[in-house]
Design a protein around this ligand. Structure first.
Ligand code: ADP
Ligand code: MG
Length: 319
């Protein structure tokens, strides 16, 4: 049972990047307007996410690290169709406590004191604490008890690159928040509340920000670059579905490129940040452990909306 538990936890959290994603998703689900991420030692030594969101009430904070403990699905829910939060499985904090040492300090704004939880393996200890409103979750020594996992981890520098890219995607898709990423004590990325163009400035610099056009179509919002700002790779195409940065279905990336028509030379990709909204029941985020892939009930229809929104933007801004 012990081994089975570790294997299951390892499917939720297989590397530091997964911890960062799960903790940031929790901060967003809690309605935070400020998210502060710290990573030390490539995330294996420490991942910390501090937010100013709703907090966890004293009465339930001890439950948060238990498996399947989620406050986001009602017990009557028969499926996750229609889920509007980023989390819904109640496994992330549990997995973090299995794979490392989990420390949570949390206080809802209306509660007088904070609570603190230390969880490691099966053990959960709760104590009183004092803290500002919001939640700070720290995961230390990830995989220290799982030498097999530890051995297969990427070098710290490459994990840090991916964490930085992930934070960039959160900034691009949630530009209205304060964001900060600190790596080994050094601030790597900061962003103050702004719009999509401001987020492009924070992530890619002001020169790129000056070359993007605002997109505002039916259920499609964001920015696309002028046709001259392109790259051979598609690594600057960012698409979210209902607020979740996803590995964009190739159909949607193609729809963006098709929206440029003849303006884009063959074989290149633009910079884009597009937030696509679909009805909750039209998308299923539960097809992938990291929830990075979504199944869309009407992919051709969504692609057509994206293509039209991009085409309308470019035709409104002749070169
Ligand atoms: P899930 O997000 O799928 O519900 P998690 O294991 O990620 O599961 O979190 C368990 C529960 O802990 C959440 O449902 C939520 O009630 C609470 N929680 C975790 N992180 C935060 C946070 N940053 N702010 C407020 N509540 C949180
Ligand atoms: Mg979660």
């Amino acid at each position: 049972a012990h081994v089975a538990r570790l294997i299951a936890a390892g499917e939720v959290v297989s590397r530091p990047l997964d911890v960062v994603r799960e903790l940031v998703d929790n901060a967003l689900d809690a309605g935070a307007t400020r998210v502060d991420v710290e990573v030390d030692g490539g995330g294996l030594r420490l991942v910390r996410v501090r937010d100013n969101g709703a907090g966890i009430p004293a009465g339930s904070v001890g439950l948060a690290p238990l498996r399947h403990a989620t406050s986001k699905l009602s017990p009557q829910a028969s499926s996750v169709d229609g889920v509007t939060t980023l989390g819904f499985r109640g496994e992330a904090l549990w997995a973090a406590a299995q794979a490392g040492e989990l420390h949570v300090v949390s206080r809802p704004a209306a509660q007088v004191g904070a609570c603190e939880v230390l969880a490691q393996g099966e053990g959960v200890q709760v104590a009183r604490a004092s803290a500002p409103a919001g939640t700070t979750v720290t995961v230390r020594n990830l995989f220290a008890r799982l030498p097999g996992r530890l051995r297969t981890q990427a070098p710290a520098a490459s994990e840090v690159r991916e964490v930085t890219a992930l934070l960039g995607r959160y900034v691009l898709h949630h530009p209205g928040l304060h964001w900060r990423l600190t790596v080994d004590g050094e601030v790597r990325l900061t962003h103050a509340p702004s719009d999509h163009r401001g987020a492009v400035a924070s992530v890619y610099g002001p020169l790129s920000a000056n070359r993007v056009l605002a997109v505002s179509g039916e259920g499609v919002r964001g920015v696309v670059s002028r046709p001259e700002l392109t790259r051979a790779r598609r690594d600057r195409m960012h698409i979210s579905v209902n607020g979740r940065p996803v590995l964009a279905p190739p159909e949607l990336e193609r729809a963006v490129i098709e929206g440029y028509g003849e303006l884009l030379p063959a074989g290149v990709a633009p910079l884009c940040v597009l937030d696509v909204t679909v009805a909750p029941e039209d998308h299923n985020p539960n097809v992938h452990p990291a929830k990075q892939v979504v199944a869309l009930a009407d992919l051709p229809g969504v692609a057509a909306r994206v293509r039209a929104a991009v085409a309308a933007t470019l035709s409104a801004h002749p070169l």
